[in-house]
Design a protein around this ligand. Structure first.
Ligand SMILES: Nc1ncnc2c1ncn2[C@@H]1O[C@H](COP(=O)(O)OP(=O)(O)O)[C@@H](O)[C@H]1O
Ligand SMILES: [Mg+2]
Length: 217
């Protein structure tokens, strides 16, 4: 079995399926969870992920093609995108012109999702695959669908999505994280005309988080 990645909840491996090399994302049981609850969570995230990947594709965002959803074993067979993650590209190149362009592009894609009512759930560079300059989004298991009304409720939800990215960039790249986020927002703003309002909500969420956790950053 060729393991591609082992995350906190899923094992990703390659499989020969009807003569095709496909990627299997299988959500493994967690021993510490009640078995009935555990199965429910794994099945729900599996179905959710497959649905959202297809919703994203419908909005014109590149995602792996879904071949098969095995609800009983909580696994998805999908197209294997043989390409590095945006995360690994940032690490290899540092903050450079090509990285700026790729962050901007990622912003356009997440903006397209938000404009279409898809909240990714974990929009970090580790969940972007870069294949010949084209970006594919993966890892929609924690995503959600909503009506893109752009009222305060929706603004808050998209801001929470962006705050996941901002926090991940800050913790992985320190000072450079803010520059990366700003490039991302350039792309996001070119697709979402309410992006100024979204940013206001991101700042609000961050100051509330500081208030509740007493953090000084
Ligand atoms: N369709 C795919 N083709 C190639 N690599 C993939 C694909 N899906 C995921 N990966 C790789 O596996 C890693 C983990 O997959 P992901 O769906 O993000 O699961 P996790 O929830 O464990 O983060 C990704 O960061 C990416 O490197
Ligand atoms: Mg991931």
């Amino acid at each position: 079995m060729r393991v591609v990645a082992k995350g906190a909840e899923a094992l990703l491996y390659l499989e020969d399926w009807l003569g095709l090399t496909v990627l299997v994302k299988e959500r493994m049981p967690k021993g510490y969870r009640d078995p009935v609850f555990d199965r429910m969570i794994r099945v729900r995230r599996t179905i959710n992920e497959a649905r959202l990947i297809m919703d994203a594709a419908e909005l014109g965002v590149k995602t792996p093609v879904i071949y098969d959803v095995d609800v009983v074993r909580a696994r998805i067979r999908m197209q294997y995108i043989e390409a590095p993650t945006l995360n690994s590209i940032i690490r290899a190149n540092g903050y450079s012109g090509p990285v700026k362009t790729l962050m901007r592009r990622m912003g356009e894609l997440i903006g397209t999702l938000h404009a279409g009512g898809v909240l990714h759930g974990d929009p970090t560079p580790a969940n972007v695959l870069v294949s010949n300059g084209d970006e594919y989004l993966v890892d929609f298991g924690l995503g959600e669908r909503a009506r893109p009304t752009w009222d305060d409720r929706y603004l808050k939800r998209v801001a929470v999505d962006l705050n996941v990215l901002l926090r991940s960039l800050e913790s992985n790249y320190g000072e450079v994280g803010n520059a990366l986020f700003s490039d991302f927002m350039d792309g996001y703003g070119s697709v979402v005309d309410k992006s100024e309002l979204v940013m206001r909500w991101v700042r609000r969420i961050r100051s509330l988080a500081r208030y509740y956790t007493g953090r000084l950053t």
